[in-house]
Design a protein around this ligand. Structure first.
Ligand code: BGC
Length: 752
């Protein structure tokens, strides 16, 4: 009835807009009925802005001119429904508005007037808008154990993104950092599934707010489904072997939590698990993601990942077959992104009957619903009144506070830290004077390593030292190019060195993103290790600040370092935050979200099996005791002196319907106010599937004034005590469990 009704109208622009906005999904179906196969396939196509520019070399880092003719061809001839990325580098808000206006002008002048959906990676702040605030990367955010701050960061990012005219953010990364070699480890919330799920869900809520049509919200994109983060080789986009049990226990929970939090879209893992490329897997994309996890939103591929089913994975003998496999598996939108091959093959597949039109209609429907929800049919253009939400001072404070809270004090021999403010400091190491190292990947450029594009107001650590202490107290000749040879030597006279009281080493990694960050050895670069050893030989107090996205091994020299702070990739206010922590203007509270390995051959996560850490103590006698990382998951010191005591449970036995109430005393034994992050772990003593030695089930942050003591209450229930089997069923088994908080343990029995 409605269908006939629509066919009787001449589709005027105003009619269509009102029609889509004022009615529900049914009306989107009517629009779909009006669309040709070419128009439908176009909606499913996402093209890279760089491909529509004068110079198509995508990764030369140069700024490119957008070519209006190419843009028109993409939208008018290929009906392209989505565009992503920048053509080179970060743009000003004005430039973004101009680009997006040009794009929508073309789209709205086509017969069906369907607006273009623009997607961008704004993964720790709005990467590609000049002057945006960059926050700590997820790996540091995880150390804050602060879901509220994650939510606030996402909300600020959504506002700056929307102010730029960008309504779809390819974030959050929900991959669980199970392999510290992986160059995207810094984009994760670390190795624990519960931590990733909790903070990931907060990012989703912060991005999507109370609805996508608000000019403060963006559509989020969970990524990369699934099993991307534990490649066997540690290299990016290489194969993983993950059992169904491990997939359920470790990798699925964060996606499940994000789906439940209302995530609108999802991006797929470029790689393969158990020899099956995920982009070609009906089992993973349709049976698992759609049917079992109940995801209703839109599925987008990652970069070029359909064609790669043919070119790299070799499961499709032709590019056309690659398209068929991916669409049948469940893909809605192809991030092609540098050709129109996807359109051509999919049109042919539908016209030849190899793919049904109903199948593509289902994808087009999801894409149009997303566009409608984002308010694009009402106003496709950048919203002028959203611009007032850009560049607010409160984002800078948020960036500073989150960076401060992320710092993990790993070692503080004889309370060498905080440092006195009236001494002389020698700053060494490439991180001392480098913005890229502080900000890491996705910082005004993809790799984040272009010092030139950072805002002029950005500060390196050297800048902050000089600002606070003047030049007379600070000795440093570190150059801003990270790998400059000077940065690995100590170029000062004996007399100058004699006057120094403290040597502060800033070591770690320069910015990298994705496969350019592949490494063969987790050990810190040898130039940096040599420098550290020479620093130690100066016979001063030596402090090490690690600015890095993954735990580079420091066992060669860490024993001789007096104080160690892991600063992760703290973002645009990172230098200030580091100096605040070093001098006690902020009392550190961050706790490690991963296991910091001591040796490159020992990369056990904290939640390993009993078997992994068995050691032989005598012939025919093996016992648990072989787990010796440099620092443990949850480690992190404070300048206050906290103690945890008197751990108590409300019952020795609970039934599966009862809650377990936990209490303990937290005391600040020092005079200094401080915050303590507390992780709650459990261990299932015996289970029908080998249990982990422990699992994180909850965490909290408690602020205590100097000398204060408080009883802390926490609660666990059946949702904390089950485990998954290979089918994804939750098993709750009778038996005893231990609770671990700090060095306290208590045991209870779960009765069915
Ligand atoms: C990355 C994604 C990203 C996409 C678009 C890919 O190379 O794997 O995480 O969203 O590029 O920039």
């Amino acid at each position: 009835m409605m269908r006939q009704h629509l066919a009787n109208y001449i589709l005027t622009p105003l009619f269509l807009i009102n029609f889509i906005c004022s009615f529900g999904q049914e009306n989107i179906d009517l629009l779909i009925d009006e669309m040709s196969i070419e128009q439908k396939v176009g909606q499913m196509t996402q093209i890279n802005l760089g491909f529509l520019s004068s110079n198509v070399d995508q990764h030369d880092g140069k700024v490119k001119q957008i070519d209006n003719e190419k843009l028109k061809r993409a939208i008018e001839q290929y009906h392209v429904g989505s565009i992503l990325n920048t053509a080179g580098t970060a743009y000003s808000i004005e430039k973004w508005h101009k680009i997006l206006t040009d794009i929508q002008d073309i789209a709205l002048a086509t017969p069906l007037e369907i607006p273009v959906l623009y997607g961008i990676d704004a993964i720790h702040g709005v990467t590609y808008t000049k002057g945006s605030t960059l926050f700590p990367h997820n790996i540091g955010l995880a150390a804050t154990r602060n879901p509220a701050i994650a939510n606030q960061i996402a909300a600020a990012t959504a506002k700056e993104s929307r102010a730029s005219g960008l309504r779809w953010n390819f974030d959050p990364v929900l991959d669980v950092g199970r392999n510290p070699l992986w160059p995207r480890f810094c984009e994760t919330f670390g190795e624990d599934p519960f931590l990733v799920a909790t903070l990931g869900a907060e990012l989703i809520k912060g991005y999507e707010q109370d609805g996508l049509s608000e000019n403060t919200a963006v559509a989020s994109c969970m990524k990369h489904f699934i099993g991307y983060s534990d490649p066997k080789s540690g290299k990016d986009r290489t194969e993983a072997y993950i059992s169904d049990i491990t997939l359920w226990q470790k990798h699925i929970p964060s996606f499940k939590a994000a789906i439940d939090a209302g995530a609108s879209t999802i991006m797929i893992n470029s790689s393969m698990i158990n020899d099956v490329p995920v982009h070609g897997s009906y089992k993973l994309l349709t049976e698992l993601l759609r049917n079992k996890l109940g995801f209703k939103g839109m599925i987008v591929t990652d970069w070029e990942d359909i064609i790669r089913l043919h070119e790299r994975h070799k499961i499709a003998s032709t590019p056309r077959e690659a398209v068929r496999i991916a669409i049948e598996a469940g893909i809605d939108m192809s991030m092609v992104p540098n050709s129109f091959s996807f359109c051509e093959h999919l049109i042919d597949l539908v016209k030849s009957g190899d793919i049904s039109e109903d199948r593509i209609d289902a994808s087009v429907r999801r894409i149009l619903i997303l566009k409608r929800d984002l308010g694009l049919f009402t106003n496709a253009y950048p919203e002028k009144d959203a611009v007032q939400n850009f560049g607010l001072q409160e984002y800078k404070s948020l960036a500073l506070n989150s960076a401060r809270e992320s710092m993990v004090l790993l070692k503080n021999q004889d309370n060498v830290l905080p440092l006195p403010k009236n001494k002389k400091y020698l700053l060494l190491g490439p991180g001392a004077n480098c913005l890229s190292a502080l900000n890491g990947c996705w910082s005004y450029s993809w790799q984040g390593d272009n010092e030139e594009v950072y805002p002029k107001t950005s500060k390196t650590i050297l800048d902050v030292f000089q600002e606070r202490f003047g030049t007379s107290q600070v000795l440093c000749d570190v150059k801003s190019e990270y790998s400059n040879a000077t940065n690995f030597s100590i170029n000062f006279s004996d007399e100058e060195i004699n006057n120094v009281d403290y040597v502060i080493l800033f070591l770690g990694e320069n910015a990298y993103a994705e496969s350019p960050g592949n490494i063969d050895d987790l050990t810190l670069d040898h130039n940096q290790i040599d420098l550290a050893k020479r620093a130690v030989a100066l016979d001063k107090k030596v402090i090490l600040v690690l600015i890095q996205g993954r735990p580079r091994i420091i066992s060669d020299f860490s024993e001789n370092i007096d104080g160690i702070v892991n600063a992760f990739l703290p973002g645009s206010m990172g230098a200030q935050a580091i100096v605040d922590v070093l001098f006690g203007d902020f009392n550190p509270s961050g706790t490690l979200p991963f296991t910091y390995p001591a040796h490159s051959g020992d990369l056990l996560t904290y939640d390993h099996k009993n078997l992994s850490a068995m050691v032989r103590t005598a012939p025919n006698n093996k016992t648990y005791g072989g787990y010796h990382p440099a620092f443990k998951f949850g480690d992190g010191l404070s300048y206050s002196d906290f103690s945890i005591s008197n751990l108590k449970l409300n019952a020795d036995t609970i039934t599966t319907d009862e809650k377990l109430q936990i209490s303990f005393q937290l005391k600040n034994r020092s005079d200094l106010d401080g915050t303590k992050n507390i992780d709650v772990f459990i261990n299932d003593h015996y289970a029908s599937l080998a249990p982990d030695v422990k699992n994180l089930k909850d965490f909290t942050k408690v602020f205590l004034k100097g000398g204060e003591q408080r009883e802390v209450l926490m609660e666990l229930d059946r949702d904390d005590l089950f485990f998954y089997n290979a089918k994804g069923e939750k098993l709750l088994e009778e038996g005893s469990f231990s609770v671990f908080i700090g060095d306290q343990t208590a045991t209870f029995y779960l009765k069915k």
